[in-house]
Write a protein that binds this ligand. Structure first.
Ligand SMILES: Nc1ncnc2c1ncn2[C@@H]1O[C@H](COP(=O)(O)OP(=O)(O)O)[C@@H](O)[C@H]1O
Ligand SMILES: [Mg+2]
Length: 307
């Protein structure tokens, strides 16, 4: 069994009478890329800040890079690379100047060498004299990544690093993340994007502060135990209408010119769908449940738990 870069149990954080992180446990092995998913406001950033030593939990315990998350918060802060949701740097400084500044903040022993190595590692040499403010979204993000790996952390925690970045830059960014992980870096990365979830070794899905699914994407899909049927044909709108409150139907979502109908109880779902198919003339085809189907389901279920 490999060593754990993150091992936390029962992490809980309350603001007033609202529990925004509710007994979250997570183990992340060294060299693993763990995706952290969940809707807006579900507690991802707060959990991340508990793990980075920036916030103290109301309950729970654990270790990050071997340091106790309550007692050794300083050591965690120094040893983790943390890219915040809205990273920033000095727009009127060049890439190299920004990195020099960061090297100073970390009190690095050989700042010039560290800056040079980082520029080289992340392919920033040719742009080192360009003003940060003039960079495209993708290059800004690369600079932000450079700034948080310069002190050679063993654990990188990225909070929605690709929000608002174009698809090509997102792909390059993920190639970079995988390259870093091959070199032994552990990565915890929060994201909204389904395709990014699929590039993680494992994912954790959080909803209303609670971890509701964890595993490889295949495991998460399997554990959800859903049946997904695709409806197509001229009258899918009528079919959708007829299925709205039908037994066994838990989700109805348009996908292009077809309709995905999802439920946990296969027989009940099939009975409802077949009945509506007969009356509307739509065609029914079973399909594999997608990660997106599962996330929509998880979101709906945990909302019910809150009521
Ligand atoms: N400092 C704070 N004081 C009060 N409520 C907060 C604070 N920080 C976050 N929250 C609330 O906690 C919930 C989770 O927020 P957050 O962790 O930022 O979620 P996410 O990153 O998944 O969008 C939200 O409802 C948010 O409004
Ligand atoms: Mg957030």
């Amino acid at each position: 069994m490999s060593a754990l870069a993150i091992s936390v149990q029962g992490l809980t954080k309350r603001y007033g009478d609202k529990t925004v992180v509710d007994a979250v446990s997570m183990d992340v092995s060294e060299g693993e890329i763990m995706g952290f998913l969940g809707p807006n406001g579900s507690g991802k950033t707060t959990t991340i800040r508990l793990m980075c030593g920036l916030l103290e939990p109301d309950a729970g315990e654990g270790r990050v890079l071997g340091h106790d998350i309550r007692r050794d918060r300083g050591a965690i802060k120094r040893n983790v690379g943390y890219m915040t949701q809205r990273f920033s740097f000095y727009e009127d400084l060049t890439i190299a100047e920004n990195l020099n500044f960061v090297a100073g903040v970390y009190g690095m022993e050989q700042p010039r060498q560290a800056v040079r190595d980082t520029l080289e590692d992340l392919g920033l040499i040719s742009r080192k004299d360009q003003l940060a403010g003039s960079l495209s979204g993708g290059w800004k993000q690369r600079l932000a990544l450079a700034a948080c790996v310069m002190h050679r952390p063993k654990l990188l925690i990225l909070d929605e690093p690709t929000a608002g970045v174009d698809p090509k830059a997102r792909r390059d960014f993920w190639d970079e993340i995988h390259r870093l992980a091959v070199d032994g870096l552990t990565v915890l990365v929060s994201t909204h994007y389904m395709d990014e979830a699929e590039r993680c070794h494992r994912i954790s899905y959080i909803s209303y502060g609670r971890l509701v699914a964890q595993g490889t994407t295949e495991q998460v899909v399997r554990d959800a135990g859903l049946t997904t049927l695709v409806l197509s044909g001229e009258h899918i709108n009528d079919a959708a209408e007829a299925l709205r409150d039908a037994p066994g139907v838990e989700q109805i979502a348009p996908f292009g010119a077809s309709l995905h109908v999802v439920g946990r109880h296969k027989q009940t779902l099939m009975t409802s769908v077949n009945r509506v198919a007969q009356s509307t003339g739509v065609t029914v085809t079973p399909t594999e449940t997608s990660l997106e189907d599962v996330f929509i389901q998880l979101m709906g279920q945990s909302k019910d738990n809150m009521l």
